[in-house]
Design a protein around this ligand. Structure first.
Ligand SMILES: *[C@@H]1O[C@H](CO)[C@@H](O)[C@H](O)[C@H]1NC(C)=O
Ligand SMILES: *[C@@H]1O[C@H](CO)[C@@H](O)[C@H](O)[C@H]1NC(C)=O
Ligand SMILES: *[C@@H]1O[C@H](CO)[C@@H](O)[C@H](O)[C@H]1NC(C)=O
Length: 338
């Protein structure tokens, strides 16, 4: 069954706000959970909405980052956390997995800081310590990124059940997304002292904006490396991944995004490869980039739609007391792929 995550989220929120429903009821409404995910849902029902929001945050960011591309994060994005597993091993799948795993870790960490989850809060580990050299002390609410990352690991990774190469790829990309988030945590400080002089400072760790993570992962996507599975013995399941183009057994680094198969060109619809095709997509007549009609429509040509844009203009304040405007209009065109 395929259910749009956004629809599912609205539904779950409505459900949980009406009455304090049993965890069983809520968790059973979510299609496609792996057994360990269902168990986690049942033991931590308060976290399931935060997880869903985190996955949605990842998908939204994916759609933003790829808004000008032929692949716009459609077919792959919806199914990475809940629901059926993807059977695609492309570079785009790599991006999708990394950004949803990071999205879940980000959301859970933010929810901990805001006191929205019962079993976590701010990271108090360093509380009260002084950094003698730099002259500041830890204070405030440090984001508990370790908790968020561990939670994402337990929930998101639990859907990789089959012991195959795709599993190794997905787990690697999930971990890469979380690692990149962890590496970009920020130190924020506040000065204390007479009239803003910085005689003492309190500092804490905060989450980066998720947009920043989106840009970094997009860069990782363009530098993603092709890998192939290695079996320890002939009959065994694949046990690790190595770079395909390298001699010997060079492994990808922790923060590389990895893929197994070359991507399709995303021109035509093909559910097997996760391509929705570009028919009907908006394109830009003058752009030389991938959003230009030439590239976006893969040479099939485009349709032109004319419309008239109408708005209020030249507004003037009249004594007394109203505003008088003219109506302006402009003929405009949009283009869509054939
Ligand atoms: C925490 O809960 C409040 C109130 O329900 C909500 O507005 C906020 O978005 C939540 N924050 C996170 C990070 O989930
Ligand atoms: C992505 O492209 C598909 C197919 O052309 C389209 O139906 C969908 O609305 C697009 N999604 C977004 C988020 O732009
Ligand atoms: C189309 O592309 C051109 C050139 O890249 C750009 O200047 C323009 O703003 C784009 N138009 C729209 C509607 O995005």
């Amino acid at each position: 069954m395929r259910v749009k995550l956004q629809v599912l989220l609205v539904y779950l929120k409505a459900l949980s706000s009406v009455v304090a429903l049993g965890a069983n009821i809520i968790c059973n409404k979510i299609p496609g959970l792996a057994p360990r995910q269902r168990a986690l849902c049942q033991s931590r029902p308060d976290a399931i909405i935060v997880i869903g929001e985190g996955a949605q945050q990842g998908i939204n960011e994916c759609q933003y980052q790829f808004r000008y591309g032929r692949w716009n994060c459609s077919a792959l994005g919806e199914r990475t956390v809940f629901g059926q597993e993807l059977r695609v091993g492309s570079r785009e799948a790599a991006f999708t997995y990394s950004i949803t795993a990071a999205g879940v870790a980000h959301s859970v960490t933010a929810a901990c800081s805001q006191g929205n989850l019962s079993q976590c809060g701010c990271d108090r580990e360093k509380q009260g310590y002084h950094d003698q050299e730099e002259g500041w002390k830890w204070g405030g609410c440090s984001a508990n990124i370790k908790y968020g990352v561990e939670f994402s690991r337990r929930f998101v990774d639990a859907r990789e059940i089959k012991k195959n190469a795709r599993r190794l790829m997905n787990l690697h990309n999930n971990e890469a997304g979380r690692k990149i988030l962890e590496e970009h945590m920020k130190l924020e400080c506040k000065c204390h002292g007479v009239s803003g002089s910085c005689t003492t400072k309190t500092c804490w760790i905060t989450l980066p904006k998720f947009r920043e993570i989106g840009y970094i992962l997009k860069e990782r996507y363009s530098e993603a490396v092709q890998v192939e599975p290695v079996r320890a013995s002939r009959l065994r399941q694949p046990s690790f991944l190595r770079l395909k183009e390298a001699r010997g057994y060079q492994k990808p680094t922790d923060t590389d995004l990895v893929y197994l198969e070359r991507s399709p060109n995303y021109c035509e619809e093909d559910m097997a490869t996760g391509s929705t095709g570009t028919r009907g997509r908006l394109c830009n007549y003058t752009s030389p980039h991938t959003d230009g009609c030439n590239l976006m429509c893969c040479g099939r040509g485009h349709n032109t739609h004319q419309y008239t844009r109408v708005w209020q203009c030249n507004c003037k304040f009249q004594w007394c007391c109203f505003v008088k405007c003219n109506t302006c209009s402009e003929k405009s065109e949009v283009f869509t792929c054939k």
